[in-house]
Ligand binder design. Sequence first.
Ligand code: NAD
Ligand code: DAU
Length: 335
Amino acid sequence: MRLFVTGGAGFMGSNFIRYVLTKYPEYEVVNFDKLTYAGNLENLRDMEHDKRYTFVKGDIADAKAVQQAMDKHRPDAILNYAAETHVDRSILDPDAFVRTEVIGTYTLLEAAKTFKNRRFVQISTDEVYGHVASGRTSETAMLAPRSPYSASKAGADLLVQAYHTTFGVPTILTRSCNFLGPYQFPEKFIPFFITNLIDGKSLPVYGDGKQSREYIYVDDHCAAIDLLLHEGTAGEIYNISSEKSQENLTVVKLLLKMFGKDESVVEHVADRPGHDRRYAPDAAKLRRELHWKPTVAFEEGLRRTVEWYREHEGWWRPLKSGVHLKYFQQQYGDR
Ligand code: NAD
Ligand code: DAU
């Protein structure tokens, strides 16, 4: 099987490529990635000499580049991990979000129109449901995105569903909770705070810190995507979540304990505009139909993640001082 993985130089895409090439010796992977600030070929340095792995630099919103790569590699499945993913950046500068999420997904779907028995897997997010005051959101819940990031992802979701209904593209749409694990860009909450703790810096908690998220460890997400790629039902939507909610301050307290520090390093800063306080995707369908369940508990995943960042300073330090993060700090201050 030949997989066309977009965004494979990012956090989850690279973890998925490594997972698949390790698990299936006969599989081939084409990694199609624009290499934005979040794309990093270091994430797959250990795979680059593997004959089953090919990297193509390209933009999913560039129809010509996408078609050329499809014609050349003729994949059996497309897995679309490519996206602009940081909510704060979508508030500062939404342009790239709309372009990549909406136009990019549309461009890939156009290229996939000829797919008959093949697969198109769209990696989406629980953020499309918006803030969830109580209960859990199933796949049929109304979409109520509230940031430019989640609105763009929701636009892509609707296109995916429309291309299945109208053109019969064999799509699988996943909506995942937050991931944690190695290779996450150090602007995101968990790696940002871990690397700040390593550097003896303070931890900027947005607002009261009582917002909650659900997390799954990278390998559990890869296993879910693997199952859906092979056994998911075309046209269906699947939530992916541990269904275990963690308040931001709870995560902070666990991190402080792991680093032997006290709460004096916590700094409550201005809240994110439009900040969703709670997500709670219901993953019963995935558990029931495909017998998926997460295997790494949150604390264990956090411990492994802390260990990885402690051991891979050479990976994250250039990213933390890089020009793109500097741009971000100009807007938000040096945290
Ligand atoms: P990331 O930001 O780490 O990486 C994104 C990758 O996409 C980068 O390699 C980047 O170069 C590439 N990319 C961006 N624009 C592109 C374009 N126009 N053409 C080609 N490549 C492009 O992302 P991530 O955190 O690994 O997220 C992967 C996917 O999972 C995204 O679709 C995201 O919306 C979704 N998701 C992420 C999380 C999370 O917690 N990180 C949770 C739920 C869903
Ligand atoms: O829910 C899935 C989503 O999870 C994905 O679709 C997004 O791509 C991914 O970035 C993530 O979005 P979040 O907004 O949940 O992640 P982030 O790491 O930005 O923030 C997690 C929580 O921590 C959130 O409530 C905001 C808070 N936070 C974040 C940062 C960066 C802080 O309090 N301080 C910070 O400095």
